[in-house]
Design a binder for this molecule. Sequence first.
Ligand SMILES: Nc1ncnc2c1ncn2[C@@H]1O[C@H](COP(=O)(O)OP(=O)(O)O)[C@@H](O)[C@H]1O
Ligand SMILES: [Mg+2]
Length: 236
Amino acid sequence: MMLKVENLEYYYGRIHALRGVSFEIEKGDLCVIIGSNGAGKSTLMNSLIGLLDASGDVYFEDKKLTRGKPHTRIESGIVLVPEGRRIFPNLTVVENLLMGGFTIKNREEGVERAFEMFPILKERQKQRAGTLSGGEQQMLAIGRGLMTNPKMLLLDEPSLGLAPLIVNSVMQTIKRINEEGITVLLVEQNAKKALAIANKACVLEQGKIVRTGTGRELLNDPKILEAYLGGSRKKD
Ligand SMILES: Nc1ncnc2c1ncn2[C@@H]1O[C@H](COP(=O)(O)OP(=O)(O)O)[C@@H](O)[C@H]1O
Ligand SMILES: [Mg+2]
């Protein structure tokens, strides 16, 4: 078992954002959690990485993660690519990558790995990150996440604000990262494209997991189709 989440609960004041969330991810999985705006996706991701102090238990490779302190989770091999990318627009591409590896010794190796994965970043390495296209900025955010060579990558809505064709390429990139041996947990509103690459999938509604299956099962489920896929599988 790579990740085991048991009964996570989180409140923002009186807003009950996570309501007993439990799920498991095996080593090598590409797990997608779909959910509409406000379902609790970011709260879940930020809790897993220790940015929010949710109650409940998180086990990573059978070790219980202690509460708080995101850096201890990064050291154990779990990394979050946050919603909205959070790159530094005034720093260059390579400087942004180096920021993702500030806890490791061999940062050059991480940069080379990111360049191998995303050749466009190598071409643009001296360019300020703010001048990259949205898709390139997302690649940079993912490349930065890979700097520490994590065992597991968490991605919070990487498709947000990107044109459909670029979303396809981001999804293919995520699939490729998974095929290279990194376990992936992806949360998305863009249900159809995310489910298409998932081997395991869950639906999060109002802070609760209401459905689990394979990506294909959920893609073929009329109820899911109606609620998350715009009612038509042919529509992009
Ligand atoms: N900082 C915050 N303060 C108060 N409520 C919040 C805060 N962040 C999120 N929420 C609320 O918690 C719920 C889940 O939000 P979030 O995890 O951001 O959802 P998602 O990422 O799925 O869009 C929503 O009802 C949202 O309004
Ligand atoms: Mg969110």
